[in-house]
Design a protein around this ligand. Sequence first.
Ligand code: ADP
Ligand code: MG
Length: 694
Amino acid sequence: MKNKTFPSVSTLKGVGPRVAERLARLQIFTIQDLLFHLPIRYQDRTRIRAIATLRSGDECVVIGTVEHSEVVYRKRRMLLVSVDDGTGKVLLRFFYFNNAQKNNLARGVNIRCFGEIRQGLKGPEMVHPEYEIQHPDDPAKVEDHLTPIYPATEGLHQLSLRRLTSQALHCVKSEEFPELDLLPVPPEIDGHRVSITDALAFVHRPPPDADTEALTSGKHAMQRRLAFEELLAQQLSLSKSRLQLQKQAAISIAPIAKLYQQLINNLEFELTNAQQRVITTVFSDLKNNYPMLRLVQGDVGSGKTLVAIAACLQVIEAGYQAVVMAPTEILAEQHLRNFSKWLEPMGIRLAWLSGKLTASKSREMKDLIASGTANAIVGTHALFQQDVEFKNLALVVIDEQHRFGVHQRLALREKGIQNNAHPHQLIMTATPIPRTLAMTAYADLDYSVIDELPPGRKPISTIAIPLARRHEVVKRVANACRNGQQAYWVCTLVEESEVLQCQAAEDVFSELSQLLQGVKVGLVHGRMKGNEKDAVMLAFEKREIDLLVATTVIEVGVDVANASLMIIENAERLGLAQLHQLRGRVGRGSVESSCVLLFSPPLTENAKLRIDTLRNTNDGFKIAQVDLEIRGPGEVLGTRQTGMLQLRIADIMRDQDLIPKVQATAKLIQEEYPQNVDALILRWLGESIEFGQV
Ligand code: ADP
Ligand code: MG
C-alpha cells in the first residue's frame, strides 16, 4: 500500500511476484515510482560510427564485415574476430562463446555490434560486444533514441527496466494521471514551461538529436526541470519535518543568566561578538516550548566550547540537566577539564562517562546522573548505553557532529524524552558548510556561524616538503623546541588499522627521542588507556613535554595554546577537512605558528590540490568548498549511510544556482498550494524519510 492514486507496478506486463519483489528493492512500487526511476547515464546507439573515428572509451555502434576469425589459445581460450568497415578495423574479443557463435562469425559475414572501445596492442578492440548478424537486405537499423542506463539490481537488468519504463511512459500518455501535472506553480526554467510528463518522456528516451553533451553532464533543460522539482521536494520535506519538530514539546528555559554572568566575569578574556551573538540566539531558542535544533559552525579555535558552556549553565540554573557529548575520549576529557575549571567553582556537580571507566566508577557516575545529583554530564558515546538514565535532561550538546551518525544522535534524544518533553539540541561542528548545502541538507536545522576568531590569532604558515628532506624538518623541530616552542608530530597511515597507526607513532617516538637530545618527547595514541593519554596531554599542556608524537587522535578539539609547530607525516593520505582540523591544533596562542606537510611524491592530482589549497589558505570556508568539489556532499557531511541527500537527478553542487528559486517556490507552494506538498514529497522521496528527526 504505497500510494492510492497510482496503479501498482503489478498491473504492467511482465511484472509477477518475483519481478515485483525486485522492483521493491529499488523502492519501486507504483507506476509513478517507475517513472521517477531516472537514468544515471546514456548510451548512443542512434548512430553508426566509422571505425576510424573511434576513441578509447567510446561506447558505440559499428557495422562492418568479418575479415578474419579465429580461436586462439593464450592464457585462456578466446575467439578473435576482426571487423572492417572500410574506414578501419576493430578486433572483437570473446572469452565465452559456443560453436554456433564461432561458426556464425565467419569471414564475409556482415555484423552490427555495440560495445566500449579499448585501445589494444594492434588497434581498437571491443571485449564481448553485443552483436547481431546483418542480412544483406536488412536496412542498417539503429535505435531512434539514446539508450538510458538505469540504476539496476540483481535479477532486474537494463532490458527489463527499459521495457517497464516504456510501458509506464505509455500509460502516462494514454491514461488520466492527474497527479503528474501537479505543479501549478510554473517553475519556468530557462524561460520555458515544460510539463513534467514531457520532461520525463525526454529524460527516459532522449531523441537522437538531443544535446548529448548536456545530457551527459546533467545540464540539459529537461533534466534541470526535473532536478528543480526534486530539490523542491527535498526542501518541502525538510521544512515539514521542521514544522513537526516545532509541534513537539520541550521545557522552556527561563533566561535568568546569573550563572552565565558569573562565567563572563571570571573569564580572563572578552567573548567575541560572534560568540555573544550565537549565545544570545541559543538563549532565545531555549526559551521556546518546542525543542531547539541548532547547528553551530565555527572554525577550529573559534571558541565553540564557551557557547556550549553558556547553554548548559542556562539549563542548569533552571534546575535541569545538560549533557555534552564528544566523539573521542581525548576530546571528552578535555571538555571535562574545561567544565571542571569553569563550573565547579560555581558549585555545579559534574558527572563523567566514558567507555574506559571501571565498572564501579561507571556505576557511581550513572547513579549521580539518575539521581540528579550531577547537573552537567560530559562523555563519549558511552552516554548511549541502555542503562544510562537521566533525571531531568533538558539539553543535549553534541560536539564535532560529523563524527556521530544520525542514529546515535537520535538515541540520545530519545533518552531525554520525559513527560513527552524533548530535550533541546545544540550541535557544534568545525566543518564549514557552504551556504547552498546548509540551505538544502540542513534546511530542517537552525544554523549559526561563529564567523570570527578570538583576537590576536596569527595565520598559520603552511609548507609542503617531500619526504626526502625529512631530516631538515627534524632539525627544525629540534631548534624550535630548544627555543621553548612546543610541537606536534602527527603520524598517519592509510590502513584503517589502529594497531598499525599506533605502531607507526611508537616507531617515530623512539626515533625522535634518540635523535633529539635535550628535547622532551611524548607519545599519545588511541590504544593508550584513558588516564595514560590524559597524563600525557596534561604534561604537554604544562610544557613538561616539548614534542608530542601522536596519531590522528589529536585531530579534534585538543587545545594547547603554546603549541606552534605542526608536522604531518604522509599528509598526502589525509583528506582536506582532516588536514585543516589537524593544523588547527596550532595557531591558538599569540605566537607565529607553522605547519609542515611531509609528503611522499609523486602526488596524485587530488592530493596535490589538497596540499596546495592548504598552503594557500587558512579559511575554513574556502577549504570546505574545495573539499566539497573533490569529495561531494555525501562524503563531506558524513551522510552517506543515512539516506539523506540521496538525489535521483539533482546534484547540489552542479545545480546550486537553482536553489534560491527552489526556496522561493517552496514557500509559495506551502502558502498557496499546501495540498500539493505531500504528493510532491511522495513522488521524489517515497515514504522512507525519517531524517528530519535528527
Ligand atoms: P573550538 O571552537 O575549536 O572548539 P575552543 O572552544 O576549544 O575552540 O577555544 C579555543 C581556545 O580559545 C580555548 O583556549 C579558549 O579558552 C579560547 N577562547 C575562546 N573564546 C575566546 C575569546 N573570546 N578570546 C580569547 N580566547 C578565547
Ligand atoms: Mg572544540
